[in-house]
Design a protein around this ligand. Structure first.
Ligand code: HEM
Length: 372
């Protein structure tokens, strides 16, 4: 109960029903580490992750009072909480350190600077990433903390983001949650039941340029701060026009129910578009982007108060999976950055992209075995 299978053709934590909590970490491999040492880290990480996903401690501890326990202990007695641990590698892993340059997939391009970015380099990028999702925040934290501990001497934590509430649905069994702006979020997301869409937009197919990535996907993360103080002063009608949906029901403007088709062409009696030209759901929609569709799986976050402004440091930790960010996130975000009405109320403060290899087949396989 509460256990998501760790082994399989795909990594868990992508189309798995979005859990309530997130702990997302990026790591940099330390200077001087060899490819063999990197492989040893991933073998050890994979074994630990498989155990934690099954609700077990990182390792069976023999009582050894004179040495530190091998598991840090804070998840003892908790259930697995649907924990998934998803692993990825960043573009920087393919520099000249490990001799991997020729294995870099073309789709693992750096995210270019985009209009409106206000990125903190210390919270962006990374050689490796680990996304831990669970229904219990302590279980998710424990997973990242213990992987970090196993990486001692091999990799250092570069940045770490907690998320306290899901802002997406990845199956039609789930209720649509609300983001911190109070709107239902995830309504028009790809759902796990839609295998054809997933094959088309999310999974790398047999035509992927690097064999080790076939069956995998790419993840883009963006920490997007919401300027909640000014949002909270905006009037309801305008808030609804920013997104193009009704706040209470989540229905598209010009339609009645949440899951009604979005009437992008509908006009009011005065001939004006009901869903404004700069509404978020118009600009982000596949229909406005040559069919591009992302699997969104983001979380609300808060990191307390911004000490410079005294305002809440809170927003959306955006996570999107796709088979190629060059034709997925990047062009969609370019369009949003140019004219989304939401831009007045948000600021992108971090950015990262990682290749997420296919799943770990069994107990002998390990993360990114096809690469290393
Ligand atoms: C739809 C919120 C950033 C892509 C939506 C919806 C909301 C929302 C409320 C409507 C419900 C739904 O269909 O899920 C936000 C907020 C953001 C944000 C608050 C920033 C803080 C982004 C970014 C992207 C994006 C950065 C991609 C680059 C989409 C897409 C849809 C969508 C593809 C579905 C549009 C459709 O087909 O109807 N978003 N979003 N969003 N958003 Fe965002």
């Amino acid at each position: 109960r509460g256990v998501v299978a760790f082994h399989g053709p795909r990594q868990a934590g992508i189309i798995t029903d979005a859990q309530d909590r997130l702990a997302f970490a990026a790591f940099d491999v330390s200077a001087g580490v060899s490819r063999e040492e990197l492989r040893t880290l991933l073998v050890g990480w994979t074994a630990a992750a498989a155990r934690m996903a099954a609700g077990q401690a990182v390792a069976d501890d023999e009582a050894a009072p004179q040495s530190p326990p091998r598991d840090t202990g804070e998840a003892i007695g908790l259930t697995a909480g649907n924990l998934t641990i998803t692993f990825g590698v960043g573009p920087s892993l393919f520099d000249n350190r490990f001799g991997l340059a020729s294995r870099r997939p073309a789709a693992l391009a750096d995210i270019p600077p985009l209009p409106g970015d206000n990125l903190d380099p210390l919270r962006s990028r990374g050689d490796l990433c680990v996304q831990a999702c669970a229904d219990d925040p302590q279980v998710a934290f424990h997973a990242v903390r213990n992987l970090r501990r196993l990486a001692q001497g091999t990799a250092v934590l570069r940045w770490f983001q907690l998320g306290f509430g899901r802002t997406s649905t990845t199956s039609s069994d789930q209720d649509t949650p609300r983001n911190l702006m109070g709107f239902k979020d995830g309504t028009n997301n790809i759902k796990r039941e839609d295998a054809a869409s997933l094959d088309k937009h999310v999974w790398v197919g047999a035509d992927g340029d690097q064999a080790w990535m076939r069956g995998g996907t790419y993840v883009v993360t963006r920490r997007i701060r919401m300027l909640l103080e000014s949002w909270d002063r905006d009037y309801l009608r305008d808030q609804e026009q920013v997104f193009g949906r009704a706040k209470a029901s989540g229905a598209p403007l010009g339609a009645a129910e949440e899951f009604d088709p979005v009437p992008l062409g509908a006009k009011d009696a005065g001939g004006e578009l009901i869903i404004a030209a700069d509404a978020h759901i118009r600009l982000a929609a596949p229909a406005s982007n040559g069919g591009v569709t992302l699997l969104r799986r983001g979380y609300s976050y808060t990191d307390g108060v911004n000490q410079e402004t005294g305002q809440l440091d809170a927003g959306l930790f955006f996570i999107a999976f796709q088979r190629d960010p060059r034709t997925g996130f990047i062009p969609v975000q370019r369009r949003l950055a140019a004219s989304d009405a939401l831009n007045e109320y948000i600021q992108h403060t971090s950015s990262a992209v990682f290749a997420v290899p296919p799943g770990v087949r069994d107990g002998r396989d390990y993360w990114a075995s096809g690469l290393l």
